[in-house]
Design a protein around this ligand. Structure first.
Ligand code: N01
Length: 548
């Protein structure tokens, strides 16, 4: 391994590793490779670190997971010095945290900002990746690692007439850094996923009128946010290692207790008591700490769905609005449930209007607003909170070219194939942090595990003189089979109306399949550890060659 040096990226430079993206994944990966003594360079399209938390600056953006498992635990320095202020930290705080991580771990010197990678091509003769930026600069690297994020490629539907709109258009996923003054404006919001659900209560008191265009209502679970006091922070600091250990032993990578009974197996009274306690605790606790079969048993899921609908009807005073806000044609968890911060309560305001656009969506955007059937809504501002081309979007938008000219997006045209979501046959020495087919789970914990695993794999290759780490065909066929099996065992693909991103079903033309592993993050982490302990079996047999 070459010795770590610092300095600006100069076209033509060779690195041990090129990492794409400086969010949680890229920063964690860079730190681990630095610890191995490798010379790495991160290329980041934005002007700063943060990834998702750099771009998603819309009002109300905050984590849906609590701070103590939505962070890294590997750095003693970081965890002992950083203090979180809220149970669910807001976007500016998460961004400041990642800036702090980069500064504390001395990562900025190895990151080229404002630089997009447009192409990466594997050179089979030299066992090197040739990486090209959008400025035409080229670099070579032994390893290519994607840290581009799973929900980082915004999807904006091409609604008829959108170009004719004379007002202002914003996307939650690319919200202007300088903010937007919505005071006294007539604002239309398209999309009520996690992003839309967060922005609604924050902008409603500011705008003149807010029109929420809803195609599919969500099951929004109350979050219950509050300040983190010194005592709580001290207690978390003392237990970071245990928290991480508990999270990696959980199916969703959260440090939660695992319920031992199903909702259908207890009395109605007990069910109500448990659901109520979960609702009060808030957020993912309702989904994960109440009963153990909400994602797998229809009857139990129906109880949870009924409970949430009841909460909506109790909260929203106008019965017509309440019914429109109740999801009815797909199960709870059929889409990723957003965390609410006064979402349903906001619909009791006189200036918040719910526009039902089922089933066909918006008919047209005009110069002055939005038309749905006979109704024309006059607007000054239109906000798109319409989601992302998840899991594969970033990876298929640049040309990643492997052996024999095979392009990654072409490889996945007829179905996803990866080895544990970490590597792909035909793409030697290429690793993905949270590639498709990795677990549906709390991401910072999954990222911490993935960067640890990839750095072990790299160290293994370097130590054993393995020129190419490359997934075997057999291993990725087996993993594709397991991803399909695990997904099919859930009820999460049910409901024609649920255009869930984890199924690829929110993107027109994208194959409908599980883009994530539903078999449990705990099971997945265990398998990854076993693979590593068994000499990375399945990850290098495809290209056994002497070290160059
Ligand atoms: O996107 P989404 P998101 N006409 O795909 C609607 C993470 N996240 O950005 O359901 C009209 O969930 C679409 O309608 P429908 C989190 O993992 C996390 O909100 O397809 N509407 C839906 O309502 C989350 O799950 C956090 O009928 C259209 C919405 O747009 C993921 O990101 C915060 C439309 C998209 O919902 C994605 O969330 C934010 C059209 N043509 C995001 N096209 C936190 O943890 C789409 N829609 C805090």
């Amino acid at each position: 391994m070459s010795k770590l040096t610092t300095g600006a990226a100069t076209s033509g430079t060779h690195y041990d590793a090129v990492i794409i993206g400086a969010g949680f994944s890229g920063l964690g990966m860079l730190h681990h490779l630095n610890e191995l003594g490798m010379r790495s360079r991160v290329f980041e399209a934005a002007s700063g670190v943060g990834g998702t938390w750099f771009w998603n600056r819309y009002p109300g953006a905050r984590t849906d997971s609590e701070f103590y498992y939505y962070s890294f635990s590997f750095s003693r320095e970081v965890r002992e010095e950083w203090k979180w202020s809220e149970r669910y930290p807001a976007q500016p705080e998460v961004l400041r945290y990642l800036e702090f991580v980069a500064q504390k771990l001395d990562l900025n010197k190895d990151i080229a900002f404002n630089t997009k990678i447009s192409r990466a091509q594997f050179d089979e003769d030299a066992n090197l990746w040739h990486v090209t930026t959008d400025q035409g600069e080229t670099y070579t690297a032994r390893y290519l690692i994607s840290g581009m994020g799973v929900l980082s490629t915004p999807s904006v539907p091409n609604i008829k007439g959108v170009q004719s709109f004379k007002g202002s258009i914003y996307q939650t996923a690319t919200w202007p850094k300088e903010g937007v003054d919505l005071t006294g404006k007539r604002v239309g919001l398209i999309g009520v996923g996690a992003s839309g659900v967060q922005i609604v209560p924050v902008i409603a008191p500011v705008v003149k009128d807010l029109f929420v265009f809803q195609r599919t209502p969500n099951y929004v679970v109350a979050s219950s946010n509050y300040a983190v006091d010194d005592e709580w922070m001290t207690q978390i600091r003392a237990n970071y290692d245990d928290i991480h250990k508990q999270a990696t032993a959980h199916g969703f990578a959260v440090p939660f207790a695992k319920p031992s009974v199903g909702a259908k197996d207890v009395s109605a009274q007990e069910r109500e008591r448990v659901f109520e306690a979960g609702w009060k605790e808030g957020g993912f606790h309702f989904m994960l700490e109440t009963f153990n079969d909400l994602a797998t048993n229809e009857e139990s899921n129906a109880y949870a769905s009924d409970f949430i609908r009841q909460k909506i009807r109790e909260t929203v005073k106008d019965p017509l609005k309440a019914e429109l806000l109740c999801p009815k044609d797909y199960p709870f968890n059929g889409k990723r449930p957003p965390g609410g911060h006064g979402y349903y309560e906001t619909f009791n305001r006189d200036n918040v209007h719910l526009v039902d656009i089922r089933p066909n969506g918006i008919d047209e955007i005009t110069a002055t607003g939005v038309r749905v059937g006979d109704q024309h809504v006059e607007l000054d501002v239109l906000i798109f909170a319409t989601g992302f081309d998840a899991m594969t979007g970033a990876l298929t938008r640049i040309d990643i070219v492997g052996r024999d000219g095979l392009v990654l997006r072409d490889k996945w045209k007829d179905g996803l194939k990866t080895n544990m979501g970490l590597a792909v046959n035909g793409f030697p020495n290429f690793f993905m942090i949270l590639g498709p087919q990795t677990p549906y789970a709390n991401l910072p914990v999954a990222i911490q595990e993935a960067v640890g695993w990839v750095s072990r794999a790299v160290a293994f290759a370097e130590t054993n003189g393995i020129a190419c780490m490359e997934s075997s065909v057999e291993a990725e066929n087996a993993w594709a089979h397991e991803v399909h099996r695990a997904g099919s065992a859930t009820i999460m693909a049910q409901g024609g109306a649920a255009h869930a991103w984890f199924l690829g079903a929110n993107i027109p033309g994208k194959a409908r399949e599980f883009n994530v592993y539903m078999g449990g993050a705990d099971v997945y982490f265990k398998q990854c550890t076993e693979i590593a302990e068994n000499g990375f079996v399945g990850f290098h047999e495809a290209a056994l060659a002497p070290a160059g």
